[in-house]
Write a protein that binds this ligand. Structure first.
Ligand SMILES: Nc1ncnc2c1ncn2[C@@H]1O[C@H](COP(=O)(O)OP(=O)(O)OP(=O)(O)O)[C@@H](O)[C@H]1O
Ligand SMILES: [Mg+2]
Length: 327
């Protein structure tokens, strides 16, 4: 459904296809899971996708049961119709060496700097420059073309930092471009800024349907909007999978249902089930309120259910399949 929304967004006559999906949200809401599921769904639709992380946590490898990711853009998953997911964990040191090689043709000399500790020094003292290098690597992958002039990647999905930090990380390119008056670093900053503002870039906001994450999502929008990046979808993650029927459910209703299913009942069991039903109802009522608050943002809204049994590659695939049922 999510991808269908994204496809619809990207196939409307006025909008170009989304090539850069940036997935953010409050800490712990499911950014890494949703980014992975989205990458898989796109790969299953035949696309060649780069799934990227920039915080050195190996979060993607953990979710997808792969070997730790490096800078090498290795193929980590095969899509159903010829698509594939490649993975990258961008680190600032290697991104700086890459940058020095590309812009200054420094080659071996740049790698030598790492041994001297100069790279470490440069990437530590200037956090803004560090962020530009990390995001700059993603934009480089987005721009890269093969000999026939075709893009190497149809799409890049970035498992981005949480809402509390993402504006600073994405806004760094603009700041660096303002600070630095001339030279390749300024051009690099400007290029990254223009790619972020491109209509083929979309910033997706993942949230749980709970008080704090919903509030943080809504409050983050003005600052993120000021970055000039177009919003994609709001994704309500881990929602109640089984909606309860309308109306009050009594112990008698539960006893009847158990009886009809041929299951034994006891007073304690009925009391406990009735209590759980009340909790479930409360949760669903809260979810309904939160959905309504999120709708005020006026952005496309989609949901992923809570899956039970833990999130591993198979579960992400299942979420991806749910996302990819448009194919
Ligand atoms: N739809 C889902 N159903 C069940 N569990 C989920 C679902 N989505 C995410 N989870 C679980 O929620 C937890 C947080 O997910 P995830 O790591 O993707 O969040 P995150 O936003 O990337 O966190 P962080 O801010 O630490 O990077 C994980 O344990 C994950 O397995
Ligand atoms: Mg994460």
């Amino acid at each position: 459904m999510l991808v269908r929304v994204m496809i619809e967004q990207s196939t409307s006559p006025s909008a170009p296809p989304i090539r850069w999906h940036i997935v953010t949200g409050k800490g712990g809401v499911g950014k890494t899971t949703v980014a992975s599921a989205l990458a898989l769904a796109l790969a299953d639709a035949g696309k060649k996708v780069l799934l990227a992380e920039i915080e050195g946590r190996q979060a993607l490898a953990r979710v997808l049961d792969t070997a730790p990711l490096g800078y090498g853009e290795e193929k980590i998953l095969i899509g159903k119709t010829g698509g594939a997911v490649h993975g990258i964990a961008v680190d600032a040191e290697t991104a700086l060496i890459d940058y020095l090689e590309i812009f200054y043709s420094m080659g071996k000399a740049a790698r030598g700097l790492r041994r001297l500790g100069a790279i470490d020094f440069a990437t530590t003292i200037a956090p803004g420059v560090r962020d530009v290098l990390l995001i700059g690597k993603i934009t480089e992958a987005l721009r890269r073309r093969d000999n026939a002039g075709e893009y190497i990647y149809d799409a890049v999905v970035l498992d981005a930092p949480p809402t509390g930090r993402v504006a600073r990380v994405l806004g760094a390119a603009h700041e660096v471009a303002q600070l630095v008056k001339i030279g390749p670093l300024k051009r690099h900053g400007e290029l990254v800024t223009s790619m972020l503002a491109d209509p083929s870039t979309a910033l997706h906001l993942v949230t749980l349907l709970e008080d704090m994450p919903v509030r943080e999502t809504i409050e983050s929008v003005p600052e993120l909007r000021s970055l000039g990046i177009a919003f994609g979808s709001v994704i309500g993650n881990r929602t109640s999978p089984v909606p309860l029927p309308a109306g009050r459910i009594t112990q008698v209703d539960i006893a009847r249902a158990l009886d009809a299913a041929g299951l034994p009942t006891s007073r304690t069991m009925l009391a406990s089930l009735a209590e759980q039903t009340r909790g479930h109802r409360q949760r669903q009522d809260n979810e309904t309120e939160h959905r309504a608050s999120l709708e005020t943002l006026g952005l496309p809204y989609v949901e992923l259910p809570q899956l039970f049994g833990g999130i591993n590659r198979a579960a992400v695939r299942e979420l991806g399949t749910r996302l990819g049922d448009f194919a």
